[in-house]
Design a protein around this ligand. Structure first.
Ligand code: UDP
Ligand code: MG
Length: 315
């Protein structure tokens, strides 16, 4: 903990959030005003919104000191936007990461900061409850259960983007070269002393989730494939098992023949079943390989994660 007035940055990716931004500003400012002992910086990343979000952010940057706006050249997605925000907050002593829609209540920021002051280098906001229900909720739960089993770096159940990173953790995160970024997983991977606070996840304050179901599934797959080689290993196991079975069946028929039993030469159904089954297994195998291959391809292209159109309020 630095001796000077610590600078705390709050990184917020924004995509089509015109409906929530005014309230977000109001609530953030109230939180900032209540803690004058800290120097607050809000880093908004406008992820190619085509609504009035850009205007609202620019107006705030012009009027309110301690506002940075990073405008991306198009919509890159939640993770790249978060990455851009962290890259432009590296000068802060601690960085809070949160969503714009106030599902992560800004009023909890002081608790995150207190946990950091208490010695935690990475503070996770753990959801005691979640407002979402239905399919989305079931998907989240299934993902967490699966992810915990698949990887060597299980992410804390019920954590998302919301949390705080110490300067050193931010530097570690910013130094990661990979393109497919899965923030909760990487946050577990970088280590550091972890602390937690509990909260109740709210409903989105207004507007529609920008993260469509399709995006969430892609995000979950990113999480699994960039943190686990288990799918590949499972393929090897499945292959061995099926080969063994085939060998056993072969031996059985040879023995039968040698012992003079009659072998039927129909078996059309068996053949069709086997061919389809094995064909399916092979295609799944190729698909899994493809998931890794595609990610390797993305990584070797070395394209940047995002492109900045302009920055406001950054000296
Ligand atoms: N977001 C973004 N780019 C996108 C989609 C979302 O920057 O392409 C932002 C969005 O404005 C919000 C956060 O990422 O601040 C989380 O998005 P959302 O609330 O739609 O996702 P969910 O709550 O379902 O995870
Ligand atoms: Mg949300």
């Amino acid at each position: 903990m630095p001796a000077h007035r610590p600078r705390i940055a709050v990184v917020i990716p924004v995509y089509r959030e015109e409906a929530v931004l005014p309230e977000l500003f109001r609530r953030l400012d109230a939180v900032f005003a209540a803690r004058p002992g800290e120097e607050w910086v809000a880093v908004f990343v406008n992820d190619g919104s085509r609504d009035r979000s850009g205007e609202l952010l620019a107006a705030r940057a012009a009027a309110t000191p301690g506002t940075r706006v990073i405008e991306l050249s198009r919509n890159f997605g939640h993770q790249p936007a978060l990455t851009a925000g962290l890259a432009h907050a590296a000068d802060a002593d601690a960085v809070v990461t949160m969503d714009a829609d106030m599902q992560d209540p800004p009023e909890l920021i002081p608790q995150l900061v207190d946990a950091w002051r208490g010695g935690a280098e990475v503070v996770l906001a753990v959801r005691r409850s979640r407002a979402e229900g239905g399919l989305r909720r079931a998907g989240f739960d299934a993902f967490h259960a699966l992810f915990g089993r698949l990887t060597d770096f299980p992410i804390e159940n019920n954590t998302g983007t919301f949390g705080l990173l110490d300067r050193a953790a931010v530097a570690a995160f910013n130094a990661l070269p990979e393109k497919h970024r899965f923030f909760p997983g990487l946050r577990a991977w970088i280590g550091f002393t972890q602390g937690e606070i509990l909260y109740d996840r709210q409903e989105r304050a207004a507007g529609q989730p920008a993260q469509t179901m399709r995006r969430l599934i892609r995000y979950a797959l990113d999480g699994v494939f960039s943190f686990s080689k288990l799918p590949l290993r499972l393929l090897t196991y499945a292959g061995c098992l099926i080969a063994l079975l085939g060998f056993a069946v072969g031996l059985f028929f040879i023995a039968k023949r040698l012992l003079g039993y009659e072998t039927a030469n129909t078996g059309f159904t068996t053949l069709v079943t086997l061919v389809l089954f094995l064909g399916g297994v092979q295609l799944v195998g190729i698909g899994v390989l493809g998931e890794y291959l595609g990610r390797i391809y993305d990584e070797v292209k070395r394209r940047p994660n995002y492109i900045v159109r302009r920055k406001l309020g950054c000296d």
